[in-house]
Structure formats: C-alpha cells, structure tokens
Design a protein around this ligand. Sequence first.
Ligand code: FAD
Length: 444
Amino acid sequence: MSQKNYDVIVIGAGFAGVTAARELSQKGHKVLVIEAEDRLGGRTWYDQRLGRGLEIGGTWVHWSQPHVWAEISRYNLETTESPTPEKTFWFADGKLQEGDGEALLKVLDRGMNKVVEDARKYFSKPYEPLREIEALKEVDHISIADKLRSLDLTKEEFDANYSMWAVNFHGSPETAALTHAYRWVALTNYDWQYNFESCATYKLKNGTKELIEKIANDSKAEFQFSKPVSQVEKVDDEYRVITKSGEEFYASAVIVTLPINILNTIKFTPELSEQKQAFSKEGQNSTGVKYWARVRGQRKPFIAMAPADSPADFPINFIQYEYNIDEDSIYVGFGPDHKYLDPENREEVERALRKIIPDVEVVESAGYDWSGGEFSGQTWPMYRTNQLTKYFAELQRPEEGIFYGGGDGANGWLGFIDGAIENALRTSKLVDQYITKGSNSLSV
Ligand SMILES: Cc1cc2nc3c(=O)[nH]c(=O)nc-3n(C[C@H](O)[C@H](O)[C@H](O)COP(=O)(O)OP(=O)(O)OC[C@H]3O[C@@H](n4cnc5c(N)ncnc54)[C@H](O)[C@@H]3O)c2cc1C
C-alpha cells in the first residue's frame, strides 16, 4: 500500500476543492486533491450533449455574485445571455395561460414581494447570516408553503408562487425554510426580480469547465481522480485518508467539500460532531431534477411554469427555451422531485413536457440524476426549516484539523458556484493558519 504525506488533503474537485487547492498550494503548502469522479467540476459539468455544449449542473453566474465574478475577471472569461422570453405560460384553474414576456412576472410579483418582505429585518448584512440568531430562531420553523398560505393571494397567484419557490428550492416548498428565502433575496438588495435575473440569465460562454480548469491550472496541487475516499482517521497528529480501494494518504489537515447530503458517506475517526452527522442524515431541501430536451422545430424564446404540488402529475414544473440548433430547439428546465423524471429517458421527458405543451416532440433528452448520484446526493443546497439556526454554525466549525470547505457551508450565495468559491477562500485561510500557527479560528 502506498503511503504519502501532504500538508493538506482536499476531498472533492468541485469549485470549492479546486479553489482551496489553488489558494493553499500558492502559499507553498503541499496539497493533494482526491476526487471520486474522473473529472473536475463536481456539481458543474459542461458536456457535449444534444449536438452542442450544455451545462448539466450549475450554469448561471452574475456580477451580484462577487466571488465567482472576481474569478471571471481574473481569467478574463466571456459570458453570454440566456434568451429574453417573448412569451410566458402558466396555469390558472387547471388551464394554461399565455402572456407576453413580462406577464408571468406580473402574476408572481405580489406574492414574491410579500414572501420576502421581512428579509432586511433578519439579514441586514447578508454575509453575516447568523447576526440576528435569536430573532431567527423564532421564525426558522416557518416554511415557504406556510408563508404563502398566510397571504391573501388569489389561487392563480398562489399556484404560480408555489411553483416558483419549488424551482428556487428545487424541491418542496412544504419543507423549504422561509429564512433561506430571506437570506437569498438579501444578496440582491431584497429584490426578487433582480435575484431571478442573477440566478438565470448569464452563463460562461465556454462553459463552467473553462473556469474550473483555469483555477486548477493556476494551482500547484496534485490531483488524483477516480478515487472515492471512504475513511478519514486521526493518527497521532496527522490524518490518514483512505480510499475505497485501500490507498492511504497522510496530511496535517483535511478539507472536506462533499455535499451535505452525502457527508456521512465518509467514515471519520473520531466521528464528526452529532450535529454535522444529523444535518447530513436529515438532508437539505433540494430533491429535484434538471433536464435538457432537444425538440422538433424552431421556437421563439419563452418560459413556462406548471403546478409543483403534485410531481406525479407534473414531473416538470419549469421550461425555458435556451437555444436553436439546426431545425430544432433546445429547452432546459426543472422538476421538483427526481423520482418522477429520468432526464435521460426521451419518452419520459416528452410525456412530462406534453402536460404543458401538448404537441411537443422530443428528439433527444439529456441530464444527470444529481439527487440520486452517489457523489452528489442533491442538486443546489437550499436549507429546510430549522436548519440554519440548528446546523449552519456547526457545519462551518472546524474539528481540529478537519474543515468543511464545500459550497453548502457558504455565508452568502450558499448553493451556488459563488458560495463554493467563497467558502473555499475562507476555509483555506483557516487551514493555512492551522498548519502554520496551530489554530483553526481566524484571527486578524
Ligand atoms: C442541476 C444543478 C443546477 C445548478 N445551477 C446552478 C447555477 O445555475 N448557478 C450556480 O452558481 N450554481 C448552480 N448549482 C450549484 C453549484 O453547481 C454548486 O453549488 C457548486 O458547484 C458546489 O461546488 P462544491 O465544490 O461545493 O461541491 P461539488 O461540486 O459537489 O464538489 C464536491 C466534489 O466531491 C466529490 N466527492 C463526493 N464524494 C467523494 C468521495 N467520497 N471521495 C472523493 N470525492 C468525492 C464529488 O464528485 C465532487 O466533485 C447547480 C447545481 C446543480 C446540481
């Protein structure tokens, strides 16, 4: 068995792991990144599908997201826009409604504003999410669905808002924390429409792959792929990291970047704190699915939303026209529960889309089951009720030389590429201090 020594071992080569590797190796530390899959990117994956490059996972970026935008500037990368919708569609009384590009926003606007109206009270400084911890504890049990039901919305407004929040949380609004919605909208000056623009408009022209490769190439770290880690053990004053195939590596500190839902798939000795384990066991809110569909005929840009309260009836609740290709169009979208849609099954995707667009003909579909994936277990993390006040501080707290550095523990754009970079930057600083000064709390 091989035995190798490093200053830091980073588990996972998504945006968080690669950023941490760059920061620490540039400081002169000997860094190893161990990745389960055979590629960089984690929950981002720019791949050739349906006749062109497509983002199978994380996609949109925005200048309101400071950490990812700083990287885009640093590497001088180009962004491109998703098309502005000319038409929008939504359901009212079981019937599909149609309007211009702004019409759906108008149906959503009153409810969306009411849902987040108290955001500033709890998140006056968005990058200090626990600043009002005592006040937050009073409201952290409220779900988005509870809040929507407490408002005087028409049925049409309620259904559209419910579906919009199911897209935002990529799962059920029944378990989605209202505090997380506050936290989110606080990042875009408490303005939900600006938030929507930030989350679904601009993408990297050559894909997320180009950005992550630039960051990786800027690091002096060693990368090893196709090596799932199964155990991390403290041995004297070092950590032994053991892969599924039994390879062993040693380091003074370990950065773990696994998504929350699969954190428990690695056995830690000594065990991680009870709260970290409980968070992983409970899982955060995203259970959804993202699909791509190449459909017959060239269409005009549109957005369509369908009810999200019964994924068995509507496995897809969001469709966005994204590209024209030859004589076809390419749509992208989401469903609230991955159990009801296999995005790679053409017939299933066509059946689900036909609930909204009856005559649509799907030529081919694409996607990946992130929520069911062995090395993902979820899509973008959105906290459930009570998780912010119960688990968040603990997730960020290092346990001696074990640090949680994944994007799921970010202060700001948690759940985004930006959050992965942000948490990696903060965690790298902590790790550097731990290695050089023997302390794992930040001192200025
Ligand atoms: C469908 C989808 C759509 C999204 N849309 C957007 C978007 O539009 N904009 C945006 O900013 N963000 C979006 N996100 C979220 C964004 O992609 C993630 O928040 C971000 O990429 C997380 O990065 P990370 O490094 O923290 O985690 P990850 O990317 O999950 O990295 C963790 C890495 O650990 C590896 N790993 C897991 N287990 C092991 C193990 N046992 N041993 C070794 N390695 C292991 C994984 O393979 C993975 O590479 C989306 C995500 C998904 C899935």
